[in-house]
Ligand binder design. Structure first.
Ligand SMILES: C[S@@+](CC[C@H](N)C(=O)[O-])C[C@H]1O[C@@H](n2cnc3c(N)ncnc32)[C@H](O)[C@@H]1O
Length: 334
């Protein structure tokens, strides 16, 4: 379905070998390396050393594109952790008033090289995805971590708690030879300047995707829509700041305009499905059952495409739709 090959200045990338229809599960992977919510970057190197050799080799083969400024920071970080490990293992080096628990004998080895530590930190930073599940906070994957970024991507990754896998689905048809892309950013309404800054500081590249090309008509129009939506959201936030009654009609209208902007930009992932679900609930609260059902059905259709029918999130949406169908007396259509 796909191949991993050169994507020019981006390094490697994932490309469709044939048409990948919307809703196709392109990847389903368990993490190569992951951090739990209670772990921090100081644990990355330690966790990486516990990997089986094959997985460790896969990890070390991933790209790490970082700026010299970031490299400097990583060296400082690695130096500090290495020093801490050294002191834990050789406590007699410590001044008498410092008390570290010594680690198990042999846990610290001279192979615990500073350079490798820097590399692992850089690789983790360049390739990890926020999973935000109960057991895993961030994770790196063997194939998925080869997917490059686009501000308007053609696929989306979602963690499945039930299967313990990160699944990447096509959120629109991906043509043969087209590059598969994901968004590394969480704010889909972010303006170009903010996106550029995040991608440059977080991943060390300048995004040249069509949405960032403000010289093109589509890039410019997309940006204008984002400005419009941000103004709308800002005005709405201002209107509810005083803590007065929230006008559900205004809330509905604001959300629908946000959804329209995202769909107009061909952004149809989980976030849009969640917004449709909220709009459905608002409509239900206002007694507009038919409208609620219409929005919930759209959410179900999007969730089916970007999560798959075996995903627990899809199941919740489907049950909600079923309930509304029962209440509106609509016959079940597949
Ligand atoms: C998760 S990796 C993606 C796979 C990577 N290209 C490789 O060769 O393994 C992230 C890195 O890929 C590069 N990259 C991703 N998206 C890019 C884009 N739109 N433009 C330029 N470089 C990009 C950056 O160097 C970034 O740090």
């Amino acid at each position: 379905m796909y191949e991993i090959r050169s994507a020019g200045p981006k390094g490697l990338g994932v490309f469709a070998k044939s048409l990948i229809p919307r809703g196709t599960r392109i990847f389903s992977e368990r993490p190569l390396l992951s951090l739990r919510p209670d772990q921090s970057s100081s644990d990355i190197y330690t966790v990486s050393r516990l990997l089986p050799p094959k997985h460790r080799a896969s990890l070390l083969s991933l790209s790490s594109h970082i700026t010299s400024e970031l490299r400097f920071l990583r060296w400082n970080q690695a130096l500090w952790y290495t020093l801490k490990a050294l002191l834990k293992n050789f406590p007699y080096l410590l001044p008498r008033y410092c008390h570290f628990e010594p680690q198990r004998p042999g846990a610290f080895s001279t192979r615990n090289s500073l350079r490798e530590h820097v590399d692992v930190l850089s690789i983790f930073r360049s390739n990890s995805f926020n999973v935000n599940s109960e057991g895993i906070y961030q994770a790196v994957f063997e194939g998925i971590s080869r997917i490059n970024h686009a501000c308007v991507p053609n696929s989306q990754g979602n963690w499945s708690e039930g299967s313990g896998r990160f699944n990447v689905h096509a959120t629109r048809d991906i043509a043969k030879d087209e590059e598969v892309s994901l968004s590394y950013l969480s704010d889909f309404a972010a303006l170009r300047e903010a996106r550029v800054e995040k991608l440059r500081s977080g991943y060390g590249f300048d995004c040249g995707c069509p949405a960032c090309d403000l010289g093109s008509e589509s890039g410019r129009i997309g940006e204008e829509k984002r400005v419009g939506v941000r103004t709308l959201l800002g005005n709405y936030a201002e209107s509810v700041k005083g803590g007065g009654d929230i006008d559900p009609n205004r809330e509905l209208d604001t959300m629908m305009q946000f959804i329209k902007m995202l769909e107009g930009e061909a952004i149809t992932g989980r976030e849009v499905a969640s917004m449709y679900l909220e709009v459905a609930e608002l409509n239900e609260g206002l007694g507009r059952r038919e409208e609620a059902l219409r929005c919930a059905e759209r959410a179900e259709e999007i969730d089916r495409a970007c999560l798959g029918t075996d995903h627990e999130g899809y199941e919740t949406t489907r049950k909600f739709v079923d309930r509304l169908r029962g209440e509106t007396g609509k016959t079940y259509e597949l």
